[in-house]
Design a binder for this molecule. Structure first.
Ligand code: FBP
Length: 266
């Protein structure tokens, strides 16, 4: 199979657009991202189920232990590599995210797609690219879509939101066989267009980043869609909000109904 199967692809999209809820931060960032509600995976799953998310991103442990809460109700994207944030100084220089779940095991968990973070430009990139090769080729055997977190990072990357470097990251994802590319926002519509152009037939999703002002976050979402992105894969801007349903409903209107920010907030 040279492309992901329609069975899986059709589950991840509504009106050709995607809205994924990312919740891998417990491993990637640790408890500093959480408050007394959102540390609980059940709280996050309920947000996904009450709203129109087309995917829930988990590492294998949450996928296993909370299976009964989400299975069959929202598509699952299993993150197959990951790392914690404790050796931060080293990770800033030579980032590397090891494989923590095989594609075979993700399939057993009921995955509808697998996700892999590639730190593009890292001194350890060649090892990571070999890991991604195995993940991508194994995913193809099952017809599973591959979502690449294309994150340029490390001592050779001065600014990880520089439009040229984000566009390069997207291109690397296309060249290496990812089907969807999760990238950081470049700061403007014009610069993000280049990222979408470089991604070719791979679909571009924008990450959310640190929780920001709601209007700013929604404007960013409107902008990326206007220049051809397929949707978002966001976490903190939704589940760190005091009103996660308000944020989710506004996102739905922008992403699936093509509304303006103003209309989405009405
Ligand atoms: P957010 O919307 O919360 O930024 O989540 C997107 C994401 O890609 C997560 O999937 C991942 O855990 C995190 O950002 C990685 O963040 P960082 O850039 O700090 O490594």
């Amino acid at each position: 199979m040279l492309e992901p199967s329609q069975k899986y692809m059709s589950r991840l999209f509504r009106n050709g657009r995607a809205m994924f809820l990312a919740y891998d931060q417990g491993l990637e960032h640790g408890p500093k991202d959480f408050n007394d509600k959102n540390y609980n995976p059940e709280y996050i799953i309920d947000i996904a189920l009450r709203n129109k998310f087309t995917g829930l991103i988990f590492h294998k442990g949450l996928a296993e232990k909370y299976h009964e809460n989400y299975s069959g109700k929202v598509p699952l994207i299993v993150k197959v590599n990951g790392k914690d944030n404790i050796a931060k100084a080293q990770a800033e220089v030579e980032p590397f995210s090891p494989v923590v779940c095989s594609v075979d095991y993700a399939v057993k968990l009921g995955a509808d797609a697998v996700g892999y973070t590639l730190y593009v430009g890292s001194p350890l990139e060649s090892k990571a690219m070999e890991d991604l090769r195995q993940v991508q080729e194994c995913a193809r055997d099952y017809g599973l879509p591959v979502v690449g977190w294309m994150y340029p990072r490390g001592k050779y990357v001065e600014n990880d939101t520089d439009p040229n470097i984000v566009a390069y990251g997207a291109r690397v994802g296309l060249e290496l066989g990812c089907d969807l590319l999760k990238v950081k926002y470049t700061g403007s519509k014009e610069t993000f267009k280049k990222v979408v152009d470089m991604a070719g037939r791979a679909k571009v999703l924008c990450a959310g980043g640190l929780k920001s002002d709601l209007n700013v976050f929604l404007k960013q979402t409107r902008d990326i869609l206007d220049v051809g992105a397929t949707g978002v894969a966001v976490g903190r801007n939704v589940w760190q909000s005091d009103s996660p349903d308000k944020v989710s409903k506004a996102l739905e209107k922008i992403i699936f109904d093509n509304k303006s920010v103003e209309d989405a907030l009405k």
